[in-house]
Design a protein around this ligand. Sequence first.
Ligand code: ATP
Ligand code: SF4
Ligand code: MG
Length: 325
Amino acid sequence: MGEPLVQVENLKIHFPVGRAPWWGDHRKVVHAVDDVSFDIRSGETLGLVGESGSGKTTTGRAILRRIPPTAGTIRFRGRDITGTKGEALRHLRKHMQLVFQDPYASLNPRMTVAELVAEPLVVHGIVNRVADARDRVVGLLERCGLPEEAADRYPHAFSGGQRQRVGIARALALEPEFIVADEPVSALDVSIRAQVVNLLQDLQDERGLTYLFIAHDLSVVRHISHRIAIMYAGQVVELADRDTIYHHPVHPYTEALLSSVPIPDPPVQRSRRRIVLEGEIPDPVKPPPGCRFASRCPLVEERCLEEAPPLTVRSETHRAACWVR
Ligand SMILES: Nc1ncnc2c1ncn2[C@@H]1O[C@H](COP(=O)(O)OP(=O)(O)OP(=O)(O)O)[C@@H](O)[C@H]1O
Ligand code: SF4
Ligand SMILES: [Mg+2]
């Protein structure tokens, strides 16, 4: 694994919501991402896992510079891109692409597959017309497991898995180095998820791609991730290499997520206790002063309610934020 390609430092994203009250100009603020830091090395897949609303998409979009950060720094190839604007930002975007969760909603139904895949090339002035990119489009489609005839059809003519292949071909058109794959298989049938994950993995090996792979459970990211970051209520609570996350997790939330991952070995599966989390997820408008997981944590202690646990070093490749563990 190479040098860090992406570096996120103390990233905060707060969204103002609702109207300002008549007695002041302060609006309520959703703490979507609060002080998140991690690196993604060149050629690596970092899995970003957490339940709905934990801030995964917001983090991914901020790195792609589609959402302005409230605070913090984003670096790409060592360069601070937090404030990059105009032509420089347009240029930067060629190197960073997004694969969406729902390929149906993200692909314009009135465009043919050839138009969809060629569009980024036209937008960036690499070709003048869609027709000029025909060979390139067909090559990309074939590489993503679709026949040449797919080029002239519309997205509705495809299954979910095939549509996601179109989405991947489109993301690859500009030959990016970095891809945020935002739950790319969550909307697909379980039976075809592995095929799409394998395709992404093969493309990574061939092209040296770097991925931020977002998922809401630990089963999907297992094979593709080199390292995994666990997010809870806008914060990273554990970050480690894949095997440590699966075999020696420290954070009680990671343990709970793991307990719902099916294990292909029935005796092991039977002997394992499923941890069902009770309690409320904290209000993102008013996160608690202590540990954000305290309201659902089976190990909660007095201290957890008073002070937020920092992410501390557990081993060279392992960080976790918990007072008790
Ligand atoms: N544009 C926005 N305006 C206000 N709040 C937002 C906005 N986008 C996201 N949020 C809030 O920020 C928090 C994090 O949202 P985000 O979409 O990043 O979560 P997620 O982990 O991707 O969840 P999911 O698994 O549902 O996709 C949520 O509370 C969400 O409601
Ligand atoms: S700090 Fe306390 S509440 Fe938070 S995860 Fe650890 S034990 Fe649970
Ligand atoms: Mg999301």
